[in-house]
Ligand binder design. Structure first.
Ligand code: X8Z
Ligand code: ZN
Length: 614
């Protein structure tokens, strides 16, 4: 399990467990640490503290990951209780480590020691107050929220009980306004029950963060980026400002086309778009409505979902296909245990958390994914995304446990997506999934499909944590949770609720990462970073095609460059890792803007004379 995109509520401090063979030496280590911390402190004491803590972390991570894995694969009261107990133990230890690390604040230590101490102080995602009753309560709430989401389903008006996967498939393919609305509303029946738990979790998480010296939990989350927390918030605004003109033009064009499909009474042309019409349960990526907005005469003429079916791809073959992209770059094949221990399909007989995730159980080679794969082009991309996590975890396994993490959490989310950007027509032909590469006259179609997935996502990637930061700061109070959520959805995405929401609605809870306690800014960052990484790797590979046609498949130089950054883990400030690959220390949206430049010109032309904006 991986802390920065860790899918349980609390977080162990660093990436994953190292070894399954260490005994539980927690008590002995705690005594060593206590004796170190009782005297005037030196750099040598810091060394001893860090070494002892490292051993504890390895053990805690392994126990925590195993409990969380079992709970997410078999959701029952018992496994939730066991996961909560492990979570409580690791969170309490994490708080203790953070407090102890702070004791070295004014001690002169080496740069490496300082970085490790800072990592100990900062990286809890859901810190508990220093009170065992409250830390037990927080862990129990986390497990309950996770179960409510994992078990969530909806029984239709006609009496059929549907899983999220089934409803997701209908959201992607149905073009019936009322059917879409029923799915959209139906899924949101799972979350009112979460609201009291969420309110209490925010109180306890804030108390924990304040105990560690942060103004609130949001401030703690923002302080994880090798820059002052306020500067990080400003960086996000700056990047969004770069992308907004492109997003606005995409939004404007899509709204027009949806107006043609559903009628302008249903999609008013001067209002935000109803959130259930965009092909996705959360209106977060819109690639599934490509057929409704496809540019005339520029359709590439294939559909990955159909190609997978006609080439008899099953779930395993899809994962093998994604793996072979990584091995083509020079990465070692996945271990046999990956294939034995991963979850690839939704079990018929039990509740599991289907939201896709990648795990590293022992920081050696016990890497796995857990995913209820659907045989679609969309899930083919998600598989690349998940394997990106696994190959990253494996690449940094020789770092000390403190650095077994990505350079910043956006990197972890960006790697597999970077690879998926190379799943171009040229690549699909090379692996035999399509017969001919569409000519350049079809590029607008290819770019449109990609923009619906990537550009459309960006304001969603931003607003989720804008909402949480305001919840944690107290600016959004529980009675305003839902209305403030929709205000932000309108402000950033220009989408609106299709129907007035009940007073008890808690729509943020219907998005996995909110009950899951997973920060979301990482995905916003990843959507910018992946285009910068893709551009850099394409340059290294000697690509001469337009950037959206570039595939780094089979290119060992690109693979080696990528591996250099992955191996670094979080041993350096992320800016240093960024520089290794892109030559810059600052994130920048010009790579994504350049990638979509031909589409943007096309959109501006199509939008001429229209009243854009929302
Ligand atoms: O949660 C994920 C991954 C697992 S880290 C499947 N993603 C975000 C989401 O689904 O909301 C990937 C893109 C955004
Ligand atoms: Zn991910």
């Amino acid at each position: 399990m991986q802390s920065t995109f860790k899918l349980t509520t609390a977080a162990i401090l660093v990436a994953a467990s190292l070894s399954a063979c260490n005994g539980d030496n927690t008590v002995e280590n705690s005594a060593k640490v206590a004796s170190v911390l009782s005297k005037a402190l030196t750099a040598q004491d810091a060394e001893k503290f860090l070494a002892a803590t490292e051993q504890e972390l390895v053990q805690l991570n392994l126990e925590g990951s195993r409990a969380a894995w079992i709970n997410s694969n078999f959701i029952t009261q018992d496994t939730s209780a066991l996961a909560a107990a492990a979570d409580q133990k690791s969170t309490e230890s994490g708080v203790r480590f953070a407090m102890q690390a702070a004791k070295f604040d004014s001690v002169e230590v080496s740069a490496d020691q300082r970085r490790k101490l800072n990592i100990l102080k900062q990286s809890l995602v859901m810190p508990a107050p220093q009170d065992s009753a409250k830390s037990a309560e927080l862990a129990k709430i986390g497990a309950e929220l996770n179960s409510l989401y994992g078990k969530g389903n909806y029984t239709t008006k006609s009496g059929e009980t549907l899983s999220l996967g089934e409803m997701t498939a209908t959201m992607a393919t149905s073009r019936n306004y009322d059917e879409l609305l029923e799915m959209w509303q139906g899924w949101r029946t799972i979350s009112p029950a979460m609201k009291p738990l969420y309110i209490r979790q925010a109180e306890l998480g804030n108390e924990g963060a304040q105990g560690l010296g942060y103004a609130d939990l949001g401030a703690m989350w923002r302080s994880n980026y090798d820059m002052p927390a306020d500067d990080f918030a400003k960086e996000l605004d700056r990047l969004w400002g770069q992308i907004k003109p492109l997003y606005n033009d995409l939004h404007c064009y899509v709204r027009t086309e949806l107006g043609k499909t559903y009628g302008e009474d249903k999609v008013p042309q001067d209002q935000p778009i109803p959130a259930h019409l965009l092909g996705n349960m959360w209106a977060q990526s819109w690639g599934n409505i490509y057929d409704l907005v496809a540019p005339e005469n520029a359709d590439p003429g294939y559909d990955v979902t159909k190609q997978l079916a006609s080439h008899n791809y099953d779930e395993i073959k899809m994962v093998k296909g994604a793996e072979s992209f990584f091995t083509s770059l020079g990465f070692e094949a996945l271990p046999a245990t990956f294939w034995q221990r991963s979850l690839f399909t939704k079990p018929a007989d039990r509740d599991v958390v289907c939201h896709a995730s990648a795990w590293d159980l022992d920081a050696k080679d016990d890497i796995r994914i857990k995913m209820c794969i659907q045989k679609t082009g969309e899930d083919f991309s998600v598989i690349h995304h998940e394997l990106g996590h696994n190959f990253y975890q494996r690449a940094y396994q020789n770092q000390p446990v403190y650095y077994q993490n990505s350079a910043n959490d956006g990197f972890h989310e960006a790697i597999g997506d970077t690879i998926a950007l190379s799943v171009t027509p040229k690549y699909l032909k090379e692996i035999g999934l399509i017969d001919t590469i569409p000519d350049e006259s079809k590029d607008i179609g290819l770019l449109m499909k990609m923009a619906l997935d990537k550009v459309a996502f960006i304001p969603f990637g931003l607003m989720v944590d804008q909402w949480r930061w305001k919840v944690y700061s107290g600016e959004i109070t529980p009675e305003n949770y839902n209305s403030a959520w929709w205000e932000l959805r309108e402000k950033y995405q220009g989408v609106t609720t299709p129907i007035d929401r009940n007073v008890d609605a808690f729509d943020p809870g219907a998005k996995y990462h909110v009950p899951g306690g997973v920060p979301y800014s990482r995905y916003f960052l990843a959507h910018i970073q992946q285009f910068e990484f893709h551009r850099a790797l394409c340059e290294i590979s000697g690509n001469t095609d337009p950037i959206h046609r570039c595939s780094i498949y089979n290119n060992k130089d690109a693979g080696a460059a990528l591996n250099t950054v992955l191996e670094m883990g979080s041993s350096q400030p992320w800016q240093a890792a960024y520089k290794v690959l892109t030559g810059n220390e600052q994130m920048d949206a010009t790579a994504i803007l350049d990638y979509f430049a031909p589409l943007h010109t096309w959109l501006k032309d199509k939008n001429q004379g229209k009243q854009c904006g929302f």
